[in-house]
Design a protein around this ligand. Structure first.
Ligand SMILES: *Cc1c(COP(=O)(O)O)cnc(C)c1O
Length: 413
């Protein structure tokens, strides 16, 4: 954990709770580690900005030379405003981008994720180079909700439709120079190697392909019991596959990866306060109610994801088994569900919390601020702070005001 108790107290003092805090040196270290990804014939690191689209994070990664994977034309706009040249942004969107014409006219790379998207692109830009996302038929998310490949996933062109994609490309004179797969392959280098081999097999049927993008999904450990991906090991395994591919085909493919989680997850936390402690009797539970929950860290209630929770200043108190919940009137507002089961409660062993205690929810740099259920129960959106080298705390997004919560309602007095 990058925050000391004194720093967490300073965050509360200056910005109030709940408050997101990101750590510059952790972000930089993660990016530098990913930039050193082993490769055979060239490499591009794209940051999947949906994990955390904060201007401050984008600026930092821009400075380190990263490219961007955007999930909507709105994310494209955010990346451009942060200073990314359009040619360093690739749009991989579930929605056929409404602004496709202008996005591509600006120089943004477009990755067609369905036959419809490919056809739209071909009609607007006949004769161009194009990229396609393929669902290679295999998935490996840790829950069904996080599966992004295989027959249960709608992402990408199903691998059996490759010939249709090629026919569409031919119809519009497109050259399929870039191929993309993102199936969320976890931590095991052997699985990644298999994914690379399978994807290279498909790329073998796309004679114009020069770039193979293997997506993100490099898991990181948020909890001590979890395991992080070793990017150097994964890269080394995959590099061999790219070299074997050249042996077989004479073709040298450039590799891209586009991690979100791996670059930001452990560089963020939420500083919060215990607002109440209740229990349900001797056969029940002890609940610590925090001023943060599903509104800032939605992943536990959505997928039963695990985040470390530290009660600061509790040394010397009795240990207790505690269920941490958020402040919403919502039974699903739980921070400590059982792993993978958002419906079950899994108490944590912590020093018995008291009202007013500072609490830090860790692993909150990815898919937390970005995916929050903001304004449920009309709580304002939490602020974001960058913990700079040397310890300075820099506000990067203010807390929403009450007026901002209701500002778009028509008829407000
Ligand atoms: C979400 C996403 C990523 C990043 O996934 P992580 O699990 O955060 O690494 C990469 N590529 C695409 C196309 C995505 O949708």
């Amino acid at each position: 954990m990058f925050l000391t108790q004194a720093t967490a107290a300073a965050v509360r003092e200056e910005f109030g709770t709940p408050c997101y805090v990101y750590d510059r040196s952790t972000l930089e270290a993660a990016a530098r580690n990913a930039l050193a990804f082993p490769n055979a014939f060239g490499f591009t690191l794209r940051y999947a900005m949906k994990a955390n689209p904060s201007h401050s994070v984008l600026r930092l990664f821009l400075g380190l030379g990263l490219h961007v994977d955007a999930s909507s034309e709105h994310e494209v706009e955010r990346a451009i405003r942060a200073g990314f040249e359009p040619g360093r942004i690739q749009l991989t969107s579930q929605a056929p981008a409404r602004g496709l014409q202008s996005v591509v006219d600006r120089g943004v790379l477009y990755n067609a994720c369905s036959l419809t998207q490919l056809e739209n692109f071909g009609k607007l830009f006949p004769g161009r180079e194009a990229s396609i996302r393929i669902n290679p038929g295999l998935g490996s998310g840790s829950t069904n909700r996080t599966n992004v490949g295989g027959p249960g996933s709608s992402f990408g062109i199903w691998h059996e439709h490759l010939d249709e994609a090629k026919a569409l490309a031919a119809l519009h004179g497109l050259r399929l120079t870039r191929m993309h797969t993102h199936i969320g392959s976890g931590t095991d280098p052997v699985v990644w190697k298999r994914v690379a081999r399978m994807s290279l097999g498909i790329a073998g049927r796309l004679p114009d392909a020069r770039v193979l993008n293997l997506g993100g999904g490099f898991k990181v450990a948020r909890m001590p019991s979890e395991k992080s991906t070793d990017l150097q090991d994964v890269g080394a395994h995959m590099k061999q596959e790219f070299m074997d591919f050249r042996e077989r085909t004479g073709r040298e493919l450039h590799v891209e990866i586009e991690p979100g989680t791996a670059l930001v997850a452990n560089a963020g936390c939420v500083v919060a306060t215990v607002i109440d402690v209740v229990d349900t009797g001797k056969d029940g539970y002890v609940f610590a109610k925090l001023d943060t929950g599903m509104n800032e860290v939605t992943r536990p209630s959505l997928y039963g994801a695990q985040h470390p929770i530290d009660v600061l200043g509790g040394e010397g108190r009795d240990a207790a088994k505690v269920v941490f919940v958020g402040p919403c009137c919502e039974s699903g507002d739980i921070l400590t569900p059982a792993p993978g089961d958002p419906e079950a409660l899994a108490p944590r062993d912590v020093p018995r919390p008291c009202v007013g205690d500072l609490v830090v929810v860790g692993g909150a740099g990815a898919y937390c601020a970005a995916m929050s259920t903001i304004n449920y129960n009309s709580y304002p959106q939490a602020p974001e702070v960058m913990h700079e080298e040397g310890g300075k705390l820099r506000l990067v997004r203010r807390r929403q005001t009450f007026d901002q919560v209701v500002e778009n309602e028509v008829g407000q007095g």
